[in-house]
Design a protein around this ligand. Structure first.
Ligand code: GLN
Length: 232
């Protein structure tokens, strides 16, 4: 007798728009390094995924409430988040930069005095901006997603935005966004896949095992090159 085996299905939450990690292609499909990576790991480890693009902060809240099984969203591994989430091995190095309009004179945190800055709720960039805003004398406006945060700088309501370096660089260089990088990147956590603390340990183990296999067989490198070019 052959027993029917059911393939395990996991619900994975992600950001709405965070290219080159997750974004919609011309057909409305969610693509990007994170999307290709989680699908390739699922294939390697024999499970299925359902992707839910909830937005970054909403994805973390859904995970904490155990409404989803995991989050992959360019999510930085931080000590504070480790109290609520368990992380995979790191899979991408990041860090926060300040971006300004491409014709702006602002080139340092000192230049932010008396100005307004756009941040994205729940992110490392927002945490960093909040940590220096009293010292440099600026105010912040908080947005739900990266696109609206950039728009606030383009429209002149904010003079700068704080965003992850690889995402900001991609938006400027590959998507033609009329912003420029104004600072070197602040050291930040690497990206990891997350599950709720002490929940779904087998999913975390499969992610790590799959990631190791994809690094070994060249698929991880191929996914990076697909979005970042040969320099990846
Ligand atoms: N890496 C940043 C963080 O974890 C931003 C992630 C995002 O905006 N998707 O806070």
């Amino acid at each position: 007798v052959v027993e029917a085996t059911e393939t395990q299905m996991f619900v994975i939450a992600t950001d709405t728009t965070f290219a080159p990690f997750e974004f919609q292609d011309v057909n409305g499909e969610f693509v990007g390094i994170d999307m290709d990576l989680i699908r390739a790991i699922a294939e390697d480890q024999g499970f299925e995924v359902e992707i839910r693009p909830l937005g970054f902060n909403a994805a973390l809240q859904a995970l904490e409430a155990k409404q989803v099984d995991g989050v992959i969203a360019g999510m930085s591994i931080t000590d504070e988040r480790k109290q609520t989430f368990d992380f995979s091995e790191p899979y991408f190095e990041s860090g926060v930069v300040m971006a300004v309009a491409d014709d702006s004179d602002i080139s340092s945190y000192e230049d932010l005095e008396g100005q307004n800055v756009a941040v994205k709720t729940g992110t490392e960039g927002a945490t960093f901006a909040e940590s220096i805003k009293a010292e440099y004398g600026f105010t912040t406006t908080v947005f739900e997603d990266s696109a609206n945060m950039y728009q606030d700088v383009l429209s002149g309501n904010s003079v700068a935005a704080f965003e992850d370096y690889p995402v900001m660089a991609y938006a400027i260089e590959d998507q033609g966004l009329a912003l420029k990088l104004a600072t070197d990147k602040e050291a930040g956590g690497s990206y990891g896949f997350a599950v709720a603390k002490d929940t779904n340990p087998e999913l975390l183990a499969m992610f790590n095992a799959g990631l190791a296999n994809l690094k070994e067989n060249g698929k991880y490198q191929a996914i990076q090159e697909k979005y970042l070019g040969a320099s990846a």
